[in-house]
Design a protein around this ligand. Structure first.
Ligand SMILES: Cc1cc2nc3c(=O)[nH]c(=O)nc-3n(C[C@H](O)[C@H](O)[C@H](O)COP(=O)(O)OP(=O)(O)OC[C@H]3O[C@@H](n4cnc5c(N)ncnc54)[C@H](O)[C@@H]3O)c2cc1C
Length: 443
């Protein structure tokens, strides 16, 4: 059974791990009628890297890291290299990645395929902006070199393309200099959501990284971080992980427990608003609790992350209020600010706000999140597909207006629909309808 990180999805599949050129050459021919889908670190929350009854292609053997090209400020890496391993390799030489997601276990391939964002989107955009080139195995054309200038449509369809346009084998990534492995962080409390948003927006402009944690009532803590002036470039040891049991019931999403955790968080901020901490602690707070989904009980964790444009702040307030009133206050709520979007048709971030809520999985969440999705779509927003496990297919075209354009490129790269995932089937992502074809040819 191959599952998502949230432990709410899973399906039987055959996993293969190609580890030499011969394996790769035979791979596409080995796909049966249920097709295949690439899988990196398995850190998508839902069913993006699952393929019921078909093949799941692990890229973890594509693990080479080349020398840094200091003149070009780039490095070429295998798609199975994890972000954590890459950061630790780069740091001693004074380099880092401009964009890093919230766990070190994400692979470079998974980061490109989801066009992941960090806590600095206004400054650096999403991951795809920093991919100089990549080598992608496609069903129609075999191995294709893609970059923002060579096969540009194919490149941007693969950035955020959820593994459905080809399997990324290698990528050349742009780097930025790293002055220190340490960051100075300042935590500031605000009692109301609109104040949290104001302060978060200001912090995202003035600091290297900015993120807010809010409680179910909308009060929150804004964390802003700036690279420390002094400090070692050596990343010390990887974060110590704690064993996490499966909690009964809703686990830490049980409202009294969630309230106690929120109160403890506030107290910690009062006691110690300023920190000097390693970059890894800022980037990857949940990596010390790898069993986070288990803490949400036997059924696992549903994360609902959405983005809405500036001006649609009422949708953020609605999300919190609706969850509270339905008796499902989230265990964790994280708000970020997004800047300019990438040209990738399926990329998630665009100018505005992102709000992510963690819930203990429960069938009763369905109607609540369906209503929320309708508001999000009506406000010009979207859900983050790589974290989804339950959205309705009819809303996806409204949420992702570039879907028809993406389908047209995908149809060229994979005309027989060899690349397919449970997510793609559930949301009918790859169904190229007649109206799409007409729309794409007029675009
Ligand atoms: C604790 C935690 C924190 C997170 N924080 C963030 C965050 O801050 N920002 C953010 O944007 N995301 C975040 N995520 C989500 C995560 O970054 C994405 O789900 C990412 O895609 C996972 O990468 P992976 O290597 O684990 O890929 P998988 O989960 O294995 O696969 C994800 C998708 O990528 C495709 N894929 C994987 N490898 C390849 C390849 N080589 N070629 C083509 N397609 C491929 C898969 O088919 C699938 O569609 C977080 C996840 C967790 C668990």
């Amino acid at each position: 059974m191959i599952g998502g990180w949230g432990r709410v999805t899973g399906s039987p599949a055959t996993v293969v791990t190609p580890d030499c050129d011969e394996d790769w050459a035979e791979l596409l021919g080995a796909a049966g009628p249920r097709g295949l889908i690439p899988r990196g670190g398995g850190r998508s929350y839902g069913d993006a890297a699952q393929n019921a009854g078909g093949l799941v292609v692990s890229t973890m053997a594509e693990a080479s890291i080349g020398d840094v090209d200091a003149a070009a400020a780039t490095v070429e890496v295998g798609a199975g290299v994890t972000i954590g391993d890459l950061l630790r390799y780069l740091a001693p030489g004074g380099w880092t990645l401009p964009v890093v997601p919230g766990t070190a276990a994400v692979t470079v391939g998974g980061a490109i395929a989801a066009d992941v964002h960090g806590k600095n989107h206004e400054r650096h955009g999403a991951f795809g902006r920093h991919v100089a080139a990549m080598t992608v195995l496609t069903p129609a054309y075999g191995t294709v070199e893609m970059s923002p200038t060579v096969n540009a449509d194919e490149f941007w369809a693969t950035v955020g393309g959820l593994g459905l346009t080809g399997i990324i084998r290698r990528a050349t990534l742009r780097l930025i200099p790293l002055a220190s492995w340490w960051v100075s962080t300042v935590d500031e409390q605000q009692p109301r959501l609109h104040r949290v948003l104001d302060r978060l927006h200001a912090a995202s402009v003035s600091s290297d990284h900015a993120v807010a944690w809010v409680d179910p009532l909308g009060a929150g803590v804004i964390t802003r971080a700036t690279t420390a002036r002094l400090g070692a470039l050596t990343p010390g040891r990887a974060a110590r992980t704690r064993a996490t049991p499966t909690l009964p019931g809703r686990g830490i999403a049980w409202p009294p427990l969630a309230a106690a955790a929120n109160a403890a968080r506030r107290t910690a901020v009062v006691l110690r608003p300023r920190h000097l901490r390693p970059l890894s602690e800022l980037h990857f707070p949940l990596d010390s609790l790898p069993g986070w989904p288990r803490l949400h009980g036997r059924r696992g964790l549903v994360q609902h992350q959405f983005a809405v444009p500036f001006g649609a702040e009422h949708v953020l307030a609605y999300a919190l209020q609706a969850a509270r009133e339905a008796g499902h206050p989230p265990s964790l709520v994280v708000v970020k600010v997004f800047g300019e979007a990438n040209p990738a048709p399926l990329s998630f971030p665009g100018p505005g706000w992102s709000l992510a809520m963690d819930f203990a999985a429960d069938p009763a969440l369905g109607p609540l999140l369906d209503r929320l999705d309708e508001r999000i779509a009506a406000a010009g927003g979207r859900v983050y597909l790589v974290k989804d496990s339950r959205a309705h297919p009819d809303l996806i075209a409204a949420m992702y207006p570039g879907l028809a354009r993406w389908r047209a490129v995908r149809a060229l790269l994979d005309p027989d629909g060899l690349l397919v995932s449970d997510l793609a089937r559930r949301l009918r992502l790859a169904d190229q309808r007649i109206d799409d074809q007409i729309g794409a040819s007029h675009a």
